[in-house]
Design a protein around this ligand. Structure first.
Ligand SMILES: *Cc1c(COP(=O)(O)O)cnc(C)c1O
Length: 392
């Protein structure tokens, strides 16, 4: 099918919930995608931070094909090897104790919220179920995770929303103390707010939050759906912040492009969700887990160090362009935000770059770049050259 045919068929038969750019993708190689007509696009987006190994990665495709040829799904009523091995790897590399696998970021966060409420219920009974989240956060699209999301624009249409969330300003301990109370069971944060605009939390603030959580027996829940799996230059961002969360969620990059998510609980939270309290039919899918194992094998310590170097290089190259529409860059590793100057809009900039062969994302009022972690220097340079031609 041609791009036009794919677009027409999609518009006819798929619900119009997405604002799409007018590009159809057919295949890819490395960090470059191609449309059905053969036009190339340098990818600084990774399908929203998912395709961490890029495209055409043979070990990934082979692991998927091999597992699919053995068994594609069993449910969690039986045992399979790949998710057990993936959970072992994740725990050994992070110091966490055990995993629960789900299918998407919002669903993983639902599990994290359920765990926090049950931890508190088991210990203190009812009436201590409130979770404090941060303004400008993003935690998902289910009714409960929309409520957890600290942005008023998301609290619309779908009333009634789930009770038991309050919001505090990021990097402001006084605001957190003001939102606190006897009814609180947990604090939930993204260490780098992703959708909100690529806004990293301060190290000091995160340490102070962790201390407060420990003092009040609040669980510290870290949403690493976007920051996890090497994106920031460590396997999880919390490892760079020097904290150990009670529960951490992950999704986007975990299986390099197949739908998978989950949570990791630390030792004191490992038995909170017992038999019958939480489940999902598709969770811990062995094909997705086999893909996840290839991601883990690729993300060696040396590879993660290189992610940090690539992030530093790409930010430096973009800042050196000194484009009229861009302000300063920020972020961690290959999670990069760019401020957009007054008089320009991020949507318009994204549209122009995409039309000229560079896929980018927006976040808050700024630009967001989440290239495949395997991106080469040549591909980064090509993307930066497209920025220069398009926006210079
Ligand atoms: C993308 C994202 C989610 C939602 O994940 P889905 O897979 O779309 O449900 C939740 N939290 C953060 C931080 C995200 O970036």
């Amino acid at each position: 099918m041609t791009s036009q045919e794919i677009k027409a068929l999609t518009d006819q038969y798929i619900m119009h919930t997405y604002g799409r750019f007018p590009v159809a993708v057919d295949h890819g190689e490395g960090a470059t995608l191609y449309d059905p007509e053969g036009n190339a696009y340098v990818d600084f987006a990774s399908g929203i931070g998912v395709s961490c190994l890029g495209y055409g990665c043979q070990p990934w495709a082979e692991a998927i094909a091999k597992q699919a040829g053995k068994v594609g799904h069993t449910s969690n009523l039986f045992y399979t090897e790949p998710p057990a091995r993936l959970a072992e790897t994740l725990c050994k590399r992070t110091g966490m104790s055990c995993a629960f696998f789900a299918n998407g970021g919002g669903e993983a966060n639902e599990g994290m919220i359920k765990l926090a409420r049950k931890y508190s219920f088991d210990k203190y009974g009812q009436g201590r179920a409130t979770i404090v989240t941060l303004n400008n956060s993003f935690h998902g699209r289910t009714i409960t995770t929309l409520t957890a999301t600290g942005q008023e624009v998301f609290h619309n249409y779908f009333f009634p929303f789930t009770e038991g969330f309050r919001y505090a300003d990021a990097n402001d301990l006084a605001s957190l103390e003001a939102a606190a109370g006897d009814d609180v069971c947990a604090v939930m944060v993204e260490l780098v707010q992703g959708e909100g605009g690529v806004l990293p939390l301060d190290q000091d603030y995160v340490h102070a939050v962790a201390k407060l959580c420990a003092e009040r027996d609040w669980l510290l829940l870290v949403d690493e759906v976007q920051t996890g799996v090497g994106r920031t230059g460590s396997l999880f961002a919390f490892q760079q912040y020097g904290i150990l969360p009670d529960v951490v969620s992950f999704a986007k990059g975990i299986a390099g492009g197949l739908p998978m998510s989950g949570i990791l609980a630390n030792e004191r939270c490992r038995d909170v969700l017992g038999p019958g309290t939480h489940a999902t039919t598709f969770g811990a899918n062995p094909v997705c887990a086999a893909a996840g194992l290839v991601v883990q094998e690729t993300l060696s310590d040396a590879f993660l160090k290189d992610v940090q170097n690539k992030g530093t290089y790409l930010r430096g190259q973009i800042e050196a362009l000194d484009l009229p529409c861009f302000g300063a860059t920020r972020g961690l590793g290959l999670m990069i935000g760019i401020a957009v100057q007054d008089g320009f809009t991020n949507k318009e900039i994204a549209g122009k770059l995409i039309a000229n062969g560079l896929l980018v994302l927006t976040a808050g009022p700024g630009m967001r770049l989440l290239p495949p972690l395997v991106i080469s220097k040549e591909e980064m340079d090509k993307g930066v050259a497209i920025m220069k031609e398009t926006l210079g």
